[in-house]
Design a protein around this ligand. Structure first.
Ligand code: DQA
Length: 184
């Protein structure tokens, strides 16, 4: 039974992002020739050891490499009219610097902070300084693993958390972010 007042489904796919110069104005005149505004930028940030994706504990994280993940993120972002800044680091301060950079430039963040998820108040504080949607991704189901992985500092600031969906979690997070940015 559908719940009263709730729509049966949310329309999908999302209305693709259209730069202003491609929109026809209501009078029906041709698209204007002003330079295209930049696409909304999504920072996809990855924490320590994710550079070893595909080699490290493949029974947990799978055989896809981070380059595969990046290619898939770029493919899906292109379809959704988003630009991707994709980064990985083993250094906490570098992740924080990218979050600060995103704060100035981005429309949202998808972040897999890896082990820093469970330890870093500094990353939480940096994310708190951003006023756009943040989605947290974990390739593995952290709740099925060791107790110390069950707590995430980052979840306090995340609009949503995806874990246990393998590397597909990144695409799902980008799709969700596009919907949120489109106001759906
Ligand atoms: C991880 C889970 C973390 O607990 C771990 O430290 C990682 C990867 C994941 O993607 O499943 O390095 O974030």
């Amino acid at each position: 039974m559908p719940l009263p007042g709730l729509p049966l489904f949310v329309p999908f796919p999302i209305t693709p992002y259209k730069p202003n110069h491609m929109k026809t104005d209501p009078s029906g005149s041709a698209p204007d020739s002003r330079p295209s505004p930049a696409k909304p930028i999504v920072y996809v940030l990855n924490g320590p050891n994710l550079n070893l994706l595909g080699k490290r504990q493949p029974e947990i994280y799978g055989r896809e490499t981070l380059a595969d993940v990046e290619a898939e993120c770029r493919r899906i972002a292109k379809d959704l009219g988003l630009a991707i800044e994709f980064h990985q680091t083993n250094a906490e301060h570098q992740l924080i610097d990218w979050i600060h950079e995103a704060r100035e430039r981005a429309a949202g963040i998808v972040i897999n902070p890896a082990a820093f998820t469970h330890t870093s108040v500094a990353i939480l504080d940096a994310l708190h300084a951003c006023d756009f949607p943040i989605f947290e991704v974990h390739i593995s189901n952290i709740h099925r693993r060791e107790e110390f992985r069950h707590h995430s500092f980052v979840s306090r600031v995340a609009a949503g958390v995806i874990c246990g969906f393998g590397t597909q979690g990144y695409s799902l997070a980008i799709e969700r972010l596009a919907r949120v940015l489109a106001g759906c």
